[in-house]
Design a protein around this ligand. Structure first.
Ligand SMILES: *[C@@H]1O[C@H](CO)[C@@H](O)[C@H](O)[C@H]1NC(C)=O
Ligand SMILES: *[C@@H]1O[C@H](CO)[C@@H](O)[C@H](O)[C@H]1NC(C)=O
Ligand SMILES: *[C@@H]1O[C@H](CO)[C@@H](O)[C@H](O)[C@H]1NC(C)=O
Ligand SMILES: *[C@@H]1O[C@H](CO)[C@@H](O)[C@H](O)[C@H]1NC(C)=O
Length: 320
């Protein structure tokens, strides 16, 4: 024992062993006293609740997808915190808009209270019977609830497949990945969106254009946030320094020499890999409050669009 103690002090003296520098600072002692005494966040719901209607395999998939949702959103916020508008990716999606709303809209997905959110797997409104549906926000039938239909469990990809199987950000729908699909879905729930994140664009081209001409909306546009999160994740995590942005938009610009996010390879990318035709999306003329214009996939269904809902280019129903 004495021997060990001697060794310990010898190491300490050599500087090869150090106690945590903060271990005896009065400030941290004071801080921990508050932690013990106050219990300020009693009742916090830190995990997205999953309804009992989800079976074992659905619950397992949803848990993984929700963990990926948080990883995606967390990285998006981290990218913005690190680079701000010196990021070429940032400027592509948000122009010179201040970054605080962007950071906040991702942060709430990760660390916001989840009490008023719910993912369910039954089909209380019957919308899962529409063949193209991966899920839907319940709108007036359950403002805090989202239904995830069986189709999602069969088709939505994991983030490990970002930049694989033909995917690129510009040409593929944001709901290709379960995580980015869920990002869209949590932004319909007011606990996460605060009714601030909403749909102001219909397709990638509009997202890029909005960043250049109307970016006070970009920072709370659901699709912009989804595209940005995917591109930042692809560029920083999946294929470092390259990502898979897809063909550069004709509307895109960006000339900063300090940008960490280079997109020089974008113009060399194929333009033929898109699974979604861009004409399908340009056929969409309605937005949040004009459900009267059906898109191709939806028009093939015999069901009508519920009040307060609209469809996107990929046939998904979004209820406001
Ligand atoms: C970046 O943001 C700063 C304010 O923080 C602003 O002055 C500057 O013009 C912005 N740069 C670009 C390229 O948007
Ligand atoms: C759970 O539901 C899915 C449909 O989403 C179904 O394919 C699967 O077989 C079910 N799993 C179990 C264990 O019942
Ligand atoms: C900006 O976008 C919003 C939402 O789509 C729209 O209402 C507004 O007219 C746009 N403003 C400009 C200047 O384009
Ligand atoms: C709400 O419920 C009604 C009645 O079941 C249904 O007609 C309507 O489509 C539902 N709304 C949504 C957004 O699913």
């Amino acid at each position: 024992m004495l021997f060990a103690t001697t060794i310990f002090f010898a190491l300490l003296a050599c500087g090869s062993f150090a106690l945590p520098a903060h271990s005896s600072t009065p400030h941290l002692h004071a801080h921990s006293r508050y932690e013990v005494d106050s219990n300020w966040d009693q009742g916090a719901v830190n995990q997205y609740p999953i309804h009992a209607s989800c079976n074992h395999t659905e619950t397992t998939q949803l848990r993984k997808a929700l963990a990926e949702l948080e990883a995606l959103a967390e990285h998006a916020a981290a990218h913005v915190l690190r680079w701000g508008n010196s990021s070429e990716i940032y400027r592509k999606y948000f122009g010179d808009a201040p970054s605080a709303p962007v950071i906040g809209n991702f942060e709430r997905v990760v660390n916001g209270d989840k009490a008023r959110t719910l993912f369910r797997c039954d089909d209380p409104d019957g919308n899962c019977q529409i063949p193209t549906y991966g899920g839907h926000w319940r709108g007036e039938n359950g403002t805090d609830e989202t239904v995830i239909c069986p189709r999602s469990y069969a088709t939505r990809r994991p983030l490990s497949q970002v930049c694989a199987l033909g995917y690129n950000v510009a040409e593929w729908p944001t709901n290709t990945y379960f995580a980015s699909d869920l990002l869209h879905r949590v932004y319909h729930m007011p606990a996460i969106s605060e009714w601030y994140v909403d749909h102001y664009t219909e397709d990638y081209q509009e997202v890029i254009e909005m960043a250049q001409h109307n970016n006070s909306y970009s920072v709370h546009d659901s699709d912009t946030l989804q595209y940005f999160a995917l591109e930042a994740y692809a560029h920083d995590i999946v294929v470092p320094g390259t990502g898979c942005p897809g063909p550069a938009s004709s509307a895109s610009s960006g000339t900063s020499s300090v940008a960490p996010a280079m997109s020089s390879s974008a113009s060399a990318s194929s333009t033929s890999a898109a699974p979604m035709s861009s004409t399908a999306s340009s056929a969409m003329s309605s937005m949040t409050s004009a459900p009267a214009t059906p898109v191709q996939q939806y028009a093939s269904s015999t069901l009508s669009i519920p009040p307060g809902c609209h469809t996107h280019a990929n046939g998904e129903l979004h209820c406001e």
